[in-house]
Write a protein that binds this ligand. Structure first.
Ligand code: PLP
Length: 343
């Protein structure tokens, strides 16, 4: 076991261990993951948004991954990764760092497969998400002022305990599992023209590139907040350098360090990568609640905002993933108040 629990040289500015296979997953891997995902999770609805379709003179469909257990798409990847662990790691358990939905995904899958899970979260993390992780049986450690401090804490724990460190992006099984949402879209709506996807670490967008992007004529377009543009810059400037600015209110897309595995696949798979303002994100979240009573996180608001800003979308068939619903209540109230004031 010499060195198995020590970090190895990483292709990006994050920490990886010898068990991190950085071979890019394929569409066939997504199809294999689907066999696992369908055993544990329901297919999610693809529902036409009458409000957005009318507002954009387009056919707009929402992929309701907010209806999954945990309230976010990431559990598709968690189930796929945890189901494939070898016995050694099933016994030792998993550690990961998360600002919320990734941790919930690993906690849910850990409970399902009876694997112990430890999650590092920053102090001040979304309290509802932290409580939900604990309810699923995870050992939650609040550590440090931000995600990176929490991440370094659990990386050290992985070295000391031999638990398996679950990276939030450099994990082919997570990517393949997350991609199953795209296979569901392809089956129901093969004529999709474009899909806007929020990008944090890039797993969701990779999943759609490997499915909707690979087997239909659709353009998959990535979207980030202009206040946290690390992956956008990595894509357009061909770099994996960390970015100093990360001020978004949407913790699902608050990334500072680009990931090598997801960025490689996004460079091949995305038709474009756009930024939207924080004000546009707040407006999108409040609008979907006000018009359709759909609760979504700011992270998904990025994709809705990008569609609302597109000037060439009339007549198109568009898919927007509702990637998660775990928005902090006070935040949603503030967005709604601002929306009402502007009306
Ligand atoms: C994690 C997350 C995203 C971004 O997904 P990545 O795979 O990290 O790019 C978008 N929306 C929600 C709700 C999330 O939790």
């Amino acid at each position: 076991m010499d060195g198995r629990y020590e970090p190895v040289e990483s292709p990006d500015d994050t920490t990886v261990f010898p068990y991190h296979d950085l071979t890019p997953p394929t569409t066939a891997d997504v199809a294999r993951a689907r066999k696992v995902v369908t055993r544990y999770l329901p297919e999610t609805p693809l529902v036409r948004s009458e409000h957005l379709s009318a507002a954009l003179s387009a056919d707009v469909y929402l992929k309701r991954d907010d209806t999954l257990p945990t309230g976010a798409f990431k559990v598709r990847g968690g189930v796929t990764l945890v189901s494939s662990l070898d016995d050694e790691f099933r016994d030792r358990g998993l550690v990961t760092a998360s600002s919320g939905n990734h941790g919930l995904s690993i906690a849910w899958a850990g409970r399902e497969f009876d694997v112990p899970v430890t999650i590092g979260v920053p102090e001040g993390a979304n309290a509802g998400k932290v409580a939900a992780m604990e309810r699923l049986g995870a050992d939650v450690r609040q550590h440090g002022p931000d995600y990176d401090a929490a991440r370094e804490h659990v990386e050290q724990l992985a070295i000391e305990t031999g638990k398996r460190y679950v990276h939030s992006g450099n994990e082919p099984k997570l990517l393949a599992g997350v991609g199953t949402a795209g296979l569901e879209v392809v089956e129901e709506l093969p004529d999709v023209d474009r899909l806007y996807c929020p990008v944090g670490g890039g797993t969701a967008a990779v999943g759609y590139c490997l499915t909707v992007g690979a087997v239909t004529d659709a353009d998959v377009i990535g979207v980030q907040s202009a206040a946290a543009p690390a992956m956008h810059r990595a894509y357009h400037e061909d770099t994996l350098a960390p970015h100093d600015r990360m001020e978004t209110s949407a913790e699902g897309v608050a990334t500072r360090v680009p990931f090598a595995l997801t960025m490689g696949l996004l460079r091949d798979g995305l038709a474009d990568f756009e930024l939207v303002s924080e004000a546009a994100i707040r407006d999108a979240v409040a609008r979907l609640f006000t018009e359709e009573r759909i609760v979504m996180e700011g992270a998904c608001g990025t994709a809705v905002a990008a569609a609302l800003e597109a000037d060439d979308i009339a007549g198109e068939t568009v898919v927007l993933p509702v990637s998660g619903r775990n928005i902090d209540r006070a935040k949603l109230d503030a967005f709604l108040a601002e929306y009402a004031d502007a009306a």
